[in-house]
Design a protein around this ligand. Structure first.
Ligand SMILES: C=C(O[C@H]1C=CC=C(C(=O)O)[C@@H]1O)C(=O)O
Length: 430
C-alpha cells in the first residue's frame, strides 16, 4: 500500500500555486467555476502515455485499476488521475507537433491540491512510506509559502499566422458540396494559428490570465516538461459520480454583442436559426443514442439553452442520468468521444474528412481532458479554445461545425472569434 497524508493549507492563492508549479516537470490545473472545483496536480508519482492510439483507453484503464490496488481506501476519493486522451484514435499522415502528448497522457500526481474554501486547500501527498509522504508535505508547504506571484506581463508577439486559411476555406466549400450530396451529415473542421514570440510562453501565466479574462468557462492546463496545453473550454464532456453522469450537447454558435441587450437579441436569433438548430440536434441525438447503447437511464431538456461566453454563445442541451451496466468512466468517455461537436456524422467518414483536410494532427485539441478519482468520481471536458505552448511558439486551434448550409466565409469568421480567448490571454495584459 502507498502512504497518503492530508494537510490543510490556508491563506493560499492561485498566483502562488502557479508560481510553484513552474518548478515541476508535470503540472495539471482544472477549474470548473460553476461547481465550483479547483484542483491542481504536481509531479508524477506514476504516469502513463498510451503506446498506441487505438488501445489508449484500455491502457489507461488497466493502469488505473492496478494503481487502485495500492491506494488506501480512505484516500480513494482524494487522489486523482489527471490527464488527457488525444482526439485521434488512429495515427494519421498529418504533421504532429504534440511530442509526448501525441497519444494522450495521464499521471497520478505526487502532490494534489484541492480548494475547499476561500484561500483554503487540502494537500494530499502520496509516497511509498508515511515518513516520506510527511517529509514531502512539509517541504511542499514551505516552498509554497515562499512563492512570489508570477509576473503576468504578456509576451510580445513577433508574428501571428493563420496557417493555410484560404485552403481551409476552400476545403470547407468542397465539404459543403459533399454534405449536399448527403454522404456526410456534419463534420467539424479546425484550423491552426501560430504566434511566435521573443520570449518563452508560460503555460502557468496563460492559465492565470485565462481564468481572469474568461470567468465563465473551464480553465485547464496540462504541462509536461516544456510542452504546455491550455484551454478555456466551455464544453463539458462528462461528469460522473459513481453511477450518475451529466453531459451537455454543445453546438451552434454566434457572437456575443457589445451590450447585454445585443447579446440577448443575437442569442434569440441563434435559438431560432434552422442551420444551428440542426448542428445542435445532431450532437444531442448522437449522445443520447450512444448512452442508450450502454443501457443508461437518460434525461434531457427538450429544447436547448444558451451558453454565453465572452466572445461567442452556443446552443446547449443538458443530458443526465445513470448507468445501469458495469461501464467504467473511461469506457463511457470512449463511447461518447468524439461527439459530433468535434467529430461529425457519420463518425468514421467525419474522421476521415478531418484527417484529409486539416494540416496538423489535433492531439489534445478536442480530446477529453480532466480528472478521475479512485471512487468513480470525476469530470472531463473537451479541450477546445486551446493552444499548445512550446518554448517561443504557441499553436492555437479553432474549429466549426460544417453542415450543408454552411458558408465558408462565415466559418472563417467564427473560427477567428474562437481564437480570441487564447490570443487575449497570451498577448494582452489584465
Ligand atoms: C470545435 C470548436 O467548437 C465546437 C464546440 C461548440 C460549438 C461549435 C460550433 O458551433 O461549431 C463546435 O462544434 C472550437 O471551438 O474549436
Amino acid at each position: 500500500m502507498y502512504a497518503v497524508t492530508q494537510t490543510k493549507l490556508t491563506a493560499t492563492q492561485p498566483a502562488a500555486i502557479l508560481a510553484l508549479a513552474a518548478q515541476f516537470t508535470d503540472f495539471f490545473a482544472f477549474e470548473n467555476p460553476q461547481q465550483p472545483t479547483q484542483l491542481f496536480g504536481f509531479e508524477a508519482f506514476s504516469e502513463q502515455a498510451p503506446t498506441n492510439l487505438a488501445t489508449a483507453v484500455s491502457e489507461i484503464d488497466t493502469w488505473a485499476q492496478s494503481l487502485r490496488l495500492n491506494i488506501p481506501q480512505a484516500a480513494q476519493e482524494h487522489l486523482k488521475l489527471m490527464g488527457s486522451f488525444a482526439f485521434e484514435d488512429q495515427p494519421t499522415a498529418q504533421t504532429n507537433i504534440w511530442g509526448d502528448f501525441a497519444n494522450g497522457r495521464f499521471f497520478l500526481p505526487k502532490y494534489t491540491l484541492e480548494k475547499t474554501a476561500a484561500d483554503t486547500y487540502d494537500l494530499f501527498v502520496v509516497a511509498n512510506s508515511l515518513a516520506q509522504a510527511q517529509k514531502q508535505a512539509a517541504q511542499f508547504k514551505q516552498a509554497l509559502a515562499q512563492q512570489v506571484p508570477l509576473d503576468l506581463t504578456p509576451n510580445d508577439s513577433v508574428q501571428q499566422t493563420e496557417l493555410a486559411v484560404n485552403d481551409w476555406a476552400q476545403a470547407v466549400g468542397q465539404t459543403v458540396e459533399k454534405l449536399q450530396q448527403a454522404q456526410l451529415q456534419k463534420v467539424v473542421l479546425a484550423r491552426p494559428l501560430t504566434v511566435e514570440s521573443n520570449q518563452t510562453f508560460s503555460a502557468e501565466k496563460a492559465w492565470l490570465n485565462l481564468r481572469h479574462k474568461n470567468p465563465e468557462t473551464y480553465h485547464v492546463l496540462y504541462r509536461h516538461r516544456q510542452l504546455g496545453f491550455v484551454s478555456a473550454t466551455p464544453e463539458h464532456l462528462i461528469r460522473f459520480d459513481h453511477q450518475k453522469f451529466h453531459t451537455v450537447a454543445i453546438a451552434g454558435t454566434c457572437p456575443t454583442g457589445k451590450t447585454a441587450a445585443e447579446t440577448e437579441q443575437l442569442g434569440t436569433a441563434l435559438l431560432n436559426d434552422a442551420k444551428n438548430r440542426q448542428e445542435q440536434q445532431f450532437v444531442t441525438q448522437t449522445i443520447i443514442q450512444n448512452l442508450q447503447a450502454l443501457h443508461a437511464e437518460i434525461h434531457y431538456s427538450e429544447t436547448p439553452d444558451l451558453l454565453v461566453n465572452k466572445n461567442v454563445q452556443h446552443l446547449a442541451t443538458p443530458i443526465w442520468g445513470h448507468l445501469t451496466s458495469k461501464t467504467t468512466p473511461f469506457q463511457l468517455i470512449a463511447t461518447l468521444h468524439p461527439t459530433p461537436a468535434l467529430g461529425g456524422l457519420p463518425r468514421n467518414l467525419a474522421r476521415q474528412t478531418i484527417a484529409n483536410t486539416e494540416i496538423l494532427r489535433r492531439g489534445l485539441f478536442g480530446g477529453p481532458i480532466g480528472y478521475l478519482n479512485f471512487a468513480q468520481q470525476g469530470e472531463f471536458v473537451v479541450g477546445i479554445r486551446s493552444a499548445l505552448l512550446n518554448q517561443k511558439t504557441a499553436t492555437l486551434f479553432a474549429g466549426a461545425g460544417i453542415v450543408k448550409d454552411s458558408d465558408p466565409k462565415q466559418e472563417v469568421v467564427e473560427t477567428r472569434l474562437k481564437f480570441q480567448p487564447m490570443l487575449q490571454s497570451l498577448l494582452e495584459g489584465n
